[in-house]
Design a binder for this molecule. Structure first.
Ligand SMILES: *Cc1c(COP(=O)(O)O)cnc(C)c1O
Length: 467
């Protein structure tokens, strides 16, 4: 038969909407979800079937398959929009997938705080109103060496609040090599202007000297701002002054030195083979205010920390904007519990998933990849292999740096799905599995897999191929 004829025949086999609505299984769905909703789902599924016929992927239309597709689609439509996914990309701080995972070890404490009343803003001993920030100040000061600290919604908010408080209507000096953009909407020049300040650029992209900062100082200057170039690197013929020199210069001018560190690193990871990144403690020792993220590298919840000199933090606490940027109790509890681990760095490396995934031994990754491959080996329609590859830390941190890992490559055998289709099916199921698609293979980097993920991936692939 001609192709066109086959298609025409298949089109004729598509059941009519009204007939489908009379089916017992569909009647049940209607009873649960309403006629309007299910009619929409039916139209969506029939459209999908027409597409599949046109692209030659469907060779038969049978009623029970159509009903099953409607059932599945209706089930997917009922799931919450925000739900867990399996991260098979190997990107640890994946911005699209929620950046850091909280430590399972803090789950019980978080449950207590979330589902009970708490002394969030109550001083139990003094029987009077307290400040929510108090619960975390001591710990932050102990870990960073700061005199005082404050937590807000995210690091962008931390920078904005700091500038809004300390340099309104004044000039902020920034090196041209540090005019950073983070993830589209945080751009240093705009943040300064939004905070009511004026940007005073100095130096060049690759080289900025202490002299350049010095020459820009006037009685209009409100602060020197140093921004950690956390998501790009300038290499080659480069120079910038030490933070300590900048701080000294700022002090001579009677203004603060603000240091936007962005990524919150408290433990030196260079002994795990990673490039040296500035630590929060070092930044605090050489700056008046340091801002950093609660999740990016630190491994806690989304939050922004402002740490530094007491007198300045005191001023920031008085800013009316703080109310708009304040953190909720869930964030505060998660951050406090995460920071608690850092009192013992060995404990932090063991208990905080972000740090675990960055520092995990490559032999263990190889073993995990082999476990996944062997779990998948009995599935008929795919060919599975392990190869060495690389992962990225992500979230814009450690730019240009790749961690060695082992990848599991899945190639569908001919007659089954294409790799592109397989990637989509894994991504759009009830338990989405996010993979990489490279060189016509579906690739899973086991670095970011969690407990139970191997079983779930295996179950999903079985469901797709053993039918
Ligand atoms: C990540 C980052 C920010 C923004 O932090 P969020 O927590 O995403 O708001 C700001 N500055 C620098 C240098 C960063 O690295």
């Amino acid at each position: 038969m001609e192709n066109k004829e086959v298609q025409r025949k298949l089109f004729r086999e598509i059941p009519a909407v009204n007939d489908l609505m009379q089916e017992k299984a569909i009647q049940q769905l209607i009873a649960q979800n309403g006629e309007h909703e299910i009619k929409k789902v039916i139209h969506q599924v029939l459209d999908e079937i027409r597409q599949q016929i046109l692209s030659g992927k469907l060779t038969a239309v049978n009623l029970s398959n159509v009903i099953e597709m409607i059932n599945t689609q209706s089930h997917l439509d009922n799931l919450p929009s925000l739900r867990p996914v399996i991260n098979g990309t190997g990107v640890i701080l994946h911005t699209n997938l929620g950046r850091s995972l909280l430590s399972p070890a803090i789950e019980e404490y978080l449950n207590q705080i979330m589902f009970s009343y708490s002394n969030l803003e109550y001083n139990l001993a003094a029987k009077k109103r307290g400040l929510r920030y108090h619960h975390i100040e001591k710990l932050l000061c102990e870990l960073t060496g700061a005199e005082d600290a404050l937590v807000v919604n995210n690091n962008a908010a931390a920078v904005m609040l700091t500038l809004d408080t300390l340099v309104p209507h004044k000039e902020v000096i920034v090196s041209r090599g540090e005019l950073v953009e983070i993830g589209g909407s945080f751009r240093v020049p705009e943040i300064i202007t939004k905070g009511g300040g004026t940007l005073r650029e100095v130096g060049t992209t690759n080289k900025t000297h202490l002299q350049d900062y010095q020459a820009a100082l006037t009685d209009q200057t409100g602060a020197i701002l140093k921004v950690h170039t956390s998501n790009y690197r300038i290499i080659g013929f480069t120079e910038k002054p030490d933070p300590a020199e900048l701080q000294e210069l700022a002090h001579q001018a009677g203004i603060p030195m603000i240091n936007d560190l962005g990524s919150g690193l408290l433990i030196d990871l260079s002994k795990y083979g990673l490039p040296r990144e500035p630590l929060i403690q070092e930044a605090v020792a050489t700056s008046d205010i340091v801002t950093f993220s609660g999740d990016k590298l630190l491994g806690g919840p989304q939050a922004g920390v402002i740490a530094g000199k007491r007198e300045l933090i005191e001023q920031i606490k008085q800013n009316q904007l703080l109310r708009a940027l304040r953190v909720d109790k869930m964030t505060l509890a998660a951050l406090a519990a995460t920071l608690q681990f850092y009192r013992d760095p060995a404990e932090a490396l063991k208990k905080i998933p972000t740090l675990q995934m960055i520092t995990i031994d490559s032999e263990r990754l190889k073993q995990r990849a082999e476990d996944l491959a062997s779990s998948l080996s009995a599935i008929n329609g795919i060919q599975v292999a392990t190869v060495s590859g690389t992962s990225q830390v992500g979230g814009g941190s450690y730019p240009g740096y790749f961690l060695p890992t082992t990848l599991v490559c899945i190639s569908p055998r001919s007659g089954y799905y294409s790799s592109t289709e397989l990637e989509r099916l894994l991504r759009t199921g009830e338990f989405p599995i996010i993979t990489r698609l490279e060189q016509d293979k579906v690739i899973i980097d086991v670095r970011t897999l969690q407990n139970g993920d191997i079983q779930q991936i295996t179950a999903r692939l079985r469901e797709l191929f053993d039918k």
